[in-house]
Design a protein around this ligand. Structure first.
Ligand code: ATP
Ligand code: MG
Length: 217
């Protein structure tokens, strides 16, 4: 990476698998906030998905690399998957701040659904001090219907909290996994190399045992 990064987008997620909803959101944030780079950070062991079934981190990392290869502004980080234990956003922000130095502005990008439980994130206010938060619109999750405590929290941090309108993609990884399991096409929901990878590796064909692996806040 030779380009000087002034504003860094951080797109965290389980990416199980990565799909066009993630990509359109990251690209929307890049264009709107003039980001020099968007770093996709596949989760290690996610606090909100503990006990859930999550695919091996190396598969999720590889699919994220394949999906982002053709965008020169997109990079993938192993920060969370190489870390032992549960990954919290606050820890990732601290690590990236150290890696990128004090001058870079950080923009943490999430979908609207992630905002609903933001008050329960570890050190959520400190996260907002370290990074701008970008909440992207997502079909099925209206930011007008936030719980009262969350609404107040957002209002208290409004200089650092940005709502981003992105083209509506009613896609979720959950639905993609179900489609694969049921033998239904996922073409045009994920980039072609990801579709091929899923097929070659035989991912999502069956229900996994409750997991050892996976992402966080
Ligand atoms: P799952 O169904 O397994 O929870 P997901 O589709 O929600 O998967 P995640 O990896 O959980 O994908 O999401 C990573 C980030 O991308 C989250 O901040 C989430 O809100 C956001 N995101 C996911 N899908 C979309 C979408 N279709 N539009 C906008 N944001 C999205
Ligand atoms: Mg999700």
């Amino acid at each position: 990476m030779t380009r000087k990064v002034k504003a860094l987008g951080i797109m965290g997620g389980t990416f199980d698998p990565i799909h066009y909803g993630h990509l359109v959101t990251a690209e929307g944030a890049r264009c709107t906030f003039g980001l020099s780079q968007v770093l996709f950070v596949p989760s290690g062991r996610p606090p909100h998905k503990e006990g859930a079934q999550v695919t091996d981190a190396e598969h999720r990392y590889m699919m994220t690399v394949l999906a982002t290869l053709t965008n020169p502004y997109f990079e993938v980080s192993r920060t969370e998957i190489d870390r032992v234990g549960v990954s919290y956003t606050i820890d990732t922000l601290r690590i990236l701040r150290e890696q990128y130095g004090p001058d870079v502005e950080l923009f943490f990008i999430t979908g609207a659904d992630a905002i609903f439980d933001i008050v329960s994130w570890k050190d959520s206010s400190r996260c907002l001090e370290m990074a701008h938060f970008v909440a992207a619109t997502r079909p099925g999750f209206s930011l007008e219907h936030l719980p009262e405590a969350t609404r107040q929290w957002v209002a208290g941090h409004k200089e650092r909290f940005h709502i981003l309108q992105v083209p509506a993609m009613a896609i979720s990884s959950t639905e993609i996994r179900e489609r694969v399991r049921e033998g239904v096409s996922i073409r045009y929901l994920v980039p072609e190399p990801v579709e091929h990878y899923i097929r070659r590796q035989g991912l999502y064909k069956q229900t996994l045992p409750p997991s050892q692996e996976n992402s966080a806040n």
